[in-house]
Design a protein around this ligand. Structure first.
Ligand code: MLT
Ligand code: ZN
Length: 466
């Protein structure tokens, strides 16, 4: 341990008890990284506070001694937002994971930020309610991280992003002040709502130290259709047909390559006799007999228009879950190929143009790279993953991908889209933020950062710097 680290640890153990300050190389490595693996972790220490008071103590010390802090949840992010690669102190919320209070009259639940997303979903279920934010990593991600990145996922089409469910929030700003924001109010017309600045701020303004989240009623009998398609443009045509008459809870798409990888990795059998170039997965609430008839008529329309070749529909919750496995298993099934990930969005009306041009761009690269396309088409979010060829040097692959990435971002910009739909900017997309935000907006973002974190101690190097 270096002399500076010894001095730092000496100070930290005055705020949190010594067993909750870690600096073993294995802990530094484990807590210093996230799922992006975008840089080598190099934090100086990891602390595990158990109270708001302790967090205020850590922030005050960081301001006094001028060391950087990285807020840390489940570290399931894919843009390096929770990476600590510059001698930062990682502040882990693993020990602040209690559900504090549930109010039936309000349908509001107060929680500490370290509660695992899936645990809140189970808690809601135990009350006969539903927490609708859902994604493949919900078994590991924490609520504080979800709010800090405004997490999206598979149900955004129906329920919106995490932002929609945050009714109150306590934060400790980078300057060390505790703010109690909105306090669970539905109506509150008293000026700037700072809650919304902290949602999606990626830990750059301060720490989210308590959350008040809203629960809703459970969807009735979610039913899933999986459809096989020949052409990418038919995905949007199918969406338009289904959206017209059904209240969809999800509309996902994925390519045949994605299907193939999931089938191989998870030893599943294909629901159809052969692999289609594209698939869409449609989910709707089957809350009355009529809905299934409507869905079936819409399916017939897609078949007769030639948009869909064939499809299957779930007859039970178990079958619905099994169909979801083909979509939800994609990320895990391609992880060993060291994929280069892009997560972009544009308005549904621009998606056909976007996809057509994207196919052209990818076509130019296809001799070298296998592209796996999937995403939440219903909300305009496309995930583009490129698999690293076994025979290619990793560094060369990264360089090629950066080149391709810029072409994709230029296309996104020309479609008025976003270079990050739901994975955030973090470390990896920071150099490209100007493809989605103009100079004036970036200046205001820096101004906001300066206001809440004047000494730039909060997650420096991520999202926006001053
Ligand atoms: C997903 O939709 O599965 C997630 O955003 C994860 C990913 O893009 O790999
Ligand atoms: Zn996604």
């Amino acid at each position: 341990m270096s002399w500076t680290t010894i001095k730092l640890v000496d100070q930290l153990v005055k705020i949190v008890e010594p067993s909750r300050v870690k600096f073993d190389p294995s802990d530094l490595d484990y807590y210093g990284k996230d799922w992006s693996n975008a840089a080598k972790p190099d934090p100086s220490a990891i602390v595990f506070p158990i109270s708001i008071k302790e967090i205020q103590g850590i922030v005050s010390l960081a301001n006094k001694l001028n060391f950087p802090l990285v807020p840390s949840g489940g570290r399931t992010g894919l843009s390096g937002g929770a990476l600590a690669c510059g001698r930062e102190v990682v502040v882990s919320f693993d020990r602040m994971n209690r559900i504090l209070n549930f109010d039936e009259a309000d349908n509001l639940v107060a929680c500490e930020p370290g509660v695992i997303t899936g645990d809140l979903k189970k808690f809601a279920e135990s009350k006969g309610l539903f927490y609708p934010v859902d994604f493949a990593s919900s078994g590991a991600s924490q609520l504080g991280g979800n709010v800090a990145t405004n997490a999206g996922g598979i149900n955004v089409l129906r329920y919106g992003m995490t932002r929609n469910w945050v009714e109150g929030m306590k934060v400790v700003t980078g300057a060390g002040e505790l703010l109690d924001l909105n306090r669970g109010l539905k109506k509150n017309a008293t000026g700037f709502d700072f809650r919304h600045l902290f949602i999606g701020s990626e830990g750059t303004l301060g720490f989210i130290v308590e959350l008040t989240l809203e629960l809703t009623s459970q969807p009735k009998d979610p039913t899933v259709m999986l459809l096989g398609l020949q052409k990418i443009e038919n995905t949007v045509k199918t969406l338009t047909i289904f959206k017209e008459k059904l209240n969809l809870t999800a509309f996902e798409f994925f390519s045949g390559t994605a299907m193939q990888k999931v089938i191989e990795a998870k030893a599943l059998s294909s629901p159809f006799d052969h692999i289609y170039p594209f698939y869409t997965l449609v989910e709707f609430e089957n809350d009355c007999e009529r809905q299934l008839n409507v869905a079936s008529a819409l399916y017939d329309k897609c078949i007769s228009s030639g948009y869909v070749v064939e499809g299957v529909v779930s007859q039970s919750q178990r079958q619905a879950e099994n169909l979801w496995k083909f979509r939800e298993g994609i990320t895990e099934s391609i992880a060993s190929h060291n994929p280069f990930k892009s997560d972009v969005s544009c308005r549904i009306s621009k998606i056909p143009t976007f996809l057509r041009k994207l196919e052209k761009i990818l076509g130019g690269f296809s001799p070298h790279f296998e592209a796996v396309l999937f995403g939440h088409l219903g909300d305009g979010n496309i995930h583009i993953n490129l698999l690293e060829p076994i025979e290619m040097d990793s560094q060369k692959f990264q360089e090629e991908c950066k080149r391709l990435s810029k072409l994709i971002f230029k296309l996104v910009q020309s479609c008025d889209g976003s270079i990050s739909a739901e994975h955030g900017i973090g470390l990896t997309k920071r150099p490209y933020l100007n493809y989605s935000r103009d100079d004036a907006e970036l200046n205001y973002m820096r101004g906001v950062k300066c206001l809440f974190d004047p000494k730039n101690i909060m997650n420096p190097g991520k999202l926006v710097d001053i």
